[in-house]
Design a binder for this molecule. Structure first.
Ligand SMILES: NC(=O)c1ccc[n+]([C@@H]2O[C@H](COP(=O)([O-])OP(=O)(O)OC[C@H]3O[C@@H](n4cnc5c(N)ncnc54)[C@H](OP(=O)(O)O)[C@@H]3O)[C@@H](O)[C@H]2O)c1
Length: 279
């Protein structure tokens, strides 16, 4: 039997745009009271108004997941507003393109503070509530890149692998407690992620940062998250071919490295051609 989500509150970080925003709408549609969290309050308020106008329940709360206190306050205020929360979707995150050699300690610390520690902070703050309820669901927005190390996105891939690993360990640690833990592994998704990545990356870099025409809509991830809330499973993928490719890359790491290195060489050659002055 699928879980009836009606009336079960969910906290979503990174709900001011992209995957988090789409998931907030999908969860509200499923009858869940939604706590929308991020740093941009104006964006959150717009989403809150849309959900309420459509007959749902929502509240916008400012939270910087890089701050311990913000995450604790977020969970406390969420419970005060809608009663004990049932689920959290640790989705706030960003990426940047830079070789590890040239990434500064500040850049590396910041991406871990948001993508990895932001997830841990949220899980730690939410778990006592879920334990007291005797049920619940923790979800982290990892990535398909959690399974391979993408050159020039090494730091980002590392944070996604770390989210994947703690989710996997906790899934086993919490088995039988009534609390599910899932990791979500989107492929390229049409969101503000790439604008933010451009903003944070060296403009002359562009080694692997290629805009593809083919990107999935964020609603695809949102629907998969709601399906997982209804019928819990460990990993959420929205592309079977990418899941298979990542599985093969784990079994055959040398072949995967060769293919990635070839893709990188091609990209660098194309860039050199593009920047050559016209005759
Ligand atoms: N787009 C893709 O292709 C793709 C693929 C795989 C995985 N993902 C993952 O999906 C998640 C969502 O990204 P997206 O694609 O939806 O990108 P997005 O549109 O840029 O959304 C990122 C969200 O994270 C929030 N955020 C960033 N730093 C934060 C902080 N310190 N505290 C609180 N919120 C913060 C942003 O809100 P504020 O700026 O308002 O705080 C925004 O709502 C990320 O974890 C990303 O790694 C994305």
């Amino acid at each position: 039997m699928p879980i009836d989500l009606r009336g079960k509150p969910i906290v979503i970080t990174g709900a001011s745009s992209g995957i988090g925003l789409a998931t907030a709408f999908a969860c509200a549609q499923a009858g869940m009271p939604v706590i929308l969290a991020a740093r941009r309050l104006d964006r959150l308020r717009e989403a809150e108004a849309t959900i309420i106008n459509q007959g749902g329940k929502a509240v916008a709360l400012v939270c910087d997941v890089a701050k311990d206190y913000d995450c604790t306050r977020l969970i406390n205020e969420s419970c005060a507003r809608f009663g004990p929360i049932y689920a959290v979707f640790a989705n706030a995150g960003f990426g940047f393109e830079c070789g590890i050699e040239h990434s500064t300690p500040e850049q590396l610390r910041e991406i871990f503070e948001v993508n990895f520690w932001g997830t841990v902070r949220l899980y730690h703050a939410a778990l006592p509530v879920l334990r007291a309820r005797g049920d619940g669901h923790l979800l982290a927005c990892s990535s398909c890149l959690s399974k391979i190390a993408m050159p020039y996105f090494g730091a980002y891939s590392a944070t996604k692998a770390a989210q994947d690993h703690i989710s996997r360990a906790m899934r086993l640690e919490l088995a039988g407690s009534g609390i599910y833990v899932s990791s979500v592994h989107p492929i390229r998704t049409r969101t503000e992620f790439f604008d933010e990545t451009d903003r944070r990356s060296d403009p002359t870099g562009q080694n692997m940062r290629k805009r593809l025409a083919i990107m999935q809509p964020p609603e695809r991830v949102a629907d998969a998250v709601v399906a997982c809330l209804r019928r819990p499973r460990g990993e959420v993928w929205t592309s079977t071919s990418m899941r298979t490719a990542m599985g093969l890359a784990t079994i055959f790491p040398r072949t995967a490295d060769r293919l990635l290195s070839l893709a990188l060489k091609r990209r660098l050659m194309r860039r050199a051609e593009e920047s050559r002055p016209a005759p």
